[in-house]
Design a protein around this ligand. Structure first.
Ligand code: CUA
Length: 383
């Protein structure tokens, strides 16, 4: 008579249910969530290739080892009245076999990993064809700043890039370590205070019109999980248009208009942290703050650079508050009675600490509801 492995069918049932439930959990990752498997550029493709190589090898090893284990459990299990099996100690052939096979497996993994490392290394950028766009990415607590040094423009929360161009990114932080990650385009690289890291990536032409989620991948404080950004891929012409718009100074509203009053409030309450070209900045290089290049200052631990995002073209963005909120401008008519219920910017200005506890704007100013309406009217003009 055989000794049953699972005594009751309920155990088999619970096993089957467990497997089914975990598969539902794993498929919960929706289409819009960033994935390293759904890639739109050579760097991310190279990284996901290494992932597949390792996954396939690991799966084969798993099937072989577990298969052998399950087979042994059923085929060779102890039976009543059975004599003790023959004991063996040491078998040279088996010893060699189970040393050599894992070695081969590890060497194959090592080969593809090292090849992948060379493909995505900063030195591999020189082998790429196409225009190079240089961007300095600065990690703040907790938002991303992007400075396009060839064009002298600074923006936040959204990085706009043309397809088929090499994007060279220098990574800076003057506070804590952050990590730059755009799963669909490139893997993670840390931003380390006092140390300049760099990376490159490229978006394929089929990425035009798409927006990819970027994340901070290194714990950097209470709002680490809310340190999000977008990478928007355009064609070369649209990128040029975007650049020339961003290079212009901010429009100055009529002094007596609602926006004009908002501009005055900006100067009284906001400009010690936020820069606007044409208001408190002469150029997007940051002159007016006592240093030539705010991005360089942002890489020196303890040295001040702009505390808050440059707002020169705030109205043209689609994320606010470090990527936590959508800039739902259609719901932000400054005169609307339900402004504070519907408009994310109004909620943000009303109580930034409630939306993103611990951020620098919390408690930095107090504005009445009417003043917030005026500031919103002004910010909307900054297209
Ligand atoms: Cu920045 Cu996590």
């Amino acid at each position: 008579m055989r000794t049953p492995v699972f005594k009751k069918t309920t155990r088999w049932l619970s096993l089957a249910v467990g497997v089914l439930l975990s598969s539902i959990l794993l498929t919960a990752c929706g289409e819009n969530s960033p994935s390293i498997l759904n890639t739109y550029g050579p760097v991310a493709s190279s990284e996901s290739f290494v992932f597949w190589v390792i996954l396939i090898i690991a799966t084969l090893v798993f099937i072989f080892v577990e298969g052998w284990l399950v087979l042994s459990i059923f085929r060779f299990r102890e039976r009543p009245g059975q004599a003790t099996p023959r004991q063996i100690h040491g078998n040279l052939k088996v010893e060699i076999l189970w040393t050599v096979i894992p070695m081969i497996i590890l060497f194959v993994t090592l080969f593809y990993t090292i090849r992948g490392l060379f493909e995505v290394a900063p030195s591999a950028q020189s082998q790429q064809t196409g225009k190079t766009i240089n961007v300095e990415a600065v990690g703040h607590q907790w938002w991303w700043e992007f400075y396009y040094k060839d064009y002298k423009i600074t923006t936040a929360d959204t990085m706009v890039i043309p397809a088929d161009a090499v994007i060279h990114v220098d990574l800076f932080s003057n506070n804590v370590i952050h990590s730059f990650w755009v799963p669909a385009l490139t893997g993670k690289t840390d931003l380390i205070p006092g140390h300049q890291n760099e990376k490159w990536f490229k978006a394929d032409s089929n990425a035009v019109g798409k927006t990819f989620t970027g994340l901070c991948a290194e714990y950097c404080g209470t709002q680490h999980g809310n340190m999000r950004f977008d990478v928007k891929v355009t064609n070369a012409n649209d990128f040029q248009t975007w650049i020339s718009t961003q290079q212009q100074a901010a429009a100055a509203p009529d002094k007596n208009s609602m926006a004009g009053k908002g501009a005055e409030l900006f100067q009284a309450n906001c400009q010690s942290c936020h820069g606007i070209v044409g208001v408190n900045l002469k150029t997007n290089g940051g002159e007016g703050f006592g240093y030539d290049d705010p991005m360089k200052a942002c890489n020196v631990p303890g040295q001040t650079c702009l505390v808050g995002p440059n707002l020169t073209h705030f109205g043209s963005r689609h994320l606010i508050a470090g990527g936590v909120l959508d800039w739902n401008v259609a719901s932000c008519d400054p005169n609307a009675p339900d402004l504070f219920e519907k408009c994310n910017l109004a909620k943000w200005l009303k109580d930034p600490g409630a939306i993103k506890p611990g951020n620098d704007m919390a408690g930095a100013f107090t504005l009445t509801n009417d003043q917030i309406r005026q500031v919103i009217a002004y910010l909307e003009t900054l297209k």
